[in-house]
Design a protein around this ligand. Structure first.
Ligand SMILES: *Cc1c(COP(=O)(O)O)cnc(C)c1O
Length: 383
């Protein structure tokens, strides 16, 4: 083991999640797997070929830089969509590579109009409509001009999509806001239709859209977090009426994160452990050191709080999480020795450390914890 920890990616879990989410779509709906932020921390280079083997042939990213990586990692023929940032100096590359992308401002649309005259391919764009999130997208008063530009450039600019994004479809406290967004979207897309502008795809749904608002599933769904085995929220679980305990959960965690014990020491009762004085032993203790710290993705907020698995037992992080190391109390675990496997996320014997047990504890979301897993940790595909 060259690195101090490693990540396993389960092929069967990934396939299970993709098929489950696909089963919630309409028969004609295209499945786009969202792989932004290093595939939600899972690792683009490892995950893309696995996803292709599960039948995914459309990927969504946030930026041109991410598109470059997916382009290199893909093995078969698949389509790419950039949902966010493309700088003007990258437009030509994106168009030549036949990558479709969101256009959400007049400045961008005019830059596309100019660039697409020079490129060998037409630009394939998704017009993002502002429907109520108030982040990006064309507002209604801009649409006449947008439609004029589209009509005047039918050869150079193809209307790949009309789309919008929901302002929190996972949380039912946003129910009316999302319903209004769907209604606004349907109204605005009718304007395009009345002008003879019909896109290849209408699309609005993220994972929570698919799970909570079936009417938001249109010609294409942009599914992110659920591919990786996570419900966008407890509401999404409930509304889908599934049994969600242990093995019955229809979504399965793809990622496990593991390391090894680096040293084992005895500490007498009444001694402070690690930097400072946040933890004092109240018995003669056996402590084990693990070569993973906040510099390697294990949050410092988990000092004296986090848990890991050692020899099938759940043990507590004691003292501060350091940059490269943390210490756990293994006094109650029999036969602990250097080199024993440590599970930071995942299962060992019949115990599991879930991502949410982590993220609830330090008050961040699954999304944030996953995407902060460093890229340098090696990833391995497992069954
Ligand atoms: C991230 C993202 C998604 C996927 O969201 P999940 O909640 O992970 O399914 C879909 N659409 C857009 C525009 C996004 O930025």
């Amino acid at each position: 083991m060259l690195h101090t920890s490693y990540i396993e990616l389960s092929k069967s879990a990934l396939n299970n999640n993709i098929q489950y989410m696909k089963s919630k779509l309409n028969p004609h709906t295209r499945y786009s797997m969202v792989v932004k932020a290093n595939a939600y921390g899972h690792g683009v280079e490892d995950l893309i070929p696995m996803a292709e083997q599960c039948g995914v042939d459309h990927f969504s990213v946030f930026s041109a830089a991410e598109a470059v990586r997916v382009n290199k990692a893909k093995q078969g023929h698949c389509e790419l969509m950039i949902m966010g940032f493309v700088d003007n100096d990258q437009l030509e590359w994106v168009i030549e590579e036949d990558i479709s992308f969101f256009v959400f401002s007049m400045e961008r649309l005019k830059a596309v109009e100019k660039t697409a005259r020079k490129t060998s391919n037409p630009a394939r764009i998704h017009i993002e409509l502002e429907t109520g999130m108030h982040r990006t997208g064309f507002t209604e008063d801009e649409l006449d001009e947008v439609m004029e530009i589209m009509k005047g450039n039918r050869e150079n600019i193809k209307l790949e999509g009309l789309c919008t994004h929901f302002a929190g479809a996972e949380d039912f406290s946003n129910f009316h806001r999302i319903k209004k967004q769907i209604a606004n979207f349907n109204r605005l897309t009718t304007l395009f239709k009345n002008n003879g502008l019909v896109p290849r795809y209408h699309h609005t749904a993220c994972s929570a859209g698919v799970l909570n608002f079936p009417e938001s599933v249109m010609d294409l769904a942009r599914v992110g977090i659920s591919n990786y085995g996570f419900w966008p929220s407890d509401e999404s679980k409930l509304i889908n009426g599934e049994q969600h305990i242990g093995d019955n959960d229809p979504l399965k965690r793809v990622l496990s994160w593991k390391s090894k014990i680096m040293s084992v020491n005895r500490v007498a009762e009444g001694e402070y452990v690690s930097y400072g004085s946040s933890f004092m032993t109240n018995r003669d203790s056996l402590i084990a050191t693990i070569p993973v710290g906040y510099g390697y993705g294990f949050s410092r907020n988990l000092s004296n709080l986090g848990h890991v698995l050692v020899n099938g037992k759940r043990v507590t992080v004691i003292g501060a999480v350091n940059m490269n190391m943390m210490v756990v109390d293994v006094t109650d675990v029999p036969h602990v020795k250097i080199g024993d496997e440590v599970v930071l996320i995942g299962s060992q014997a019949n115990r599991t450390i879930s991502v949410s047990s982590f993220s609830d504890m330090n008050n961040s979301m699954n999304y944030e914890l996953l995407t902060r897993l460093p890229q340098h940790i090696p990833r391995y595909a497992v069954v």
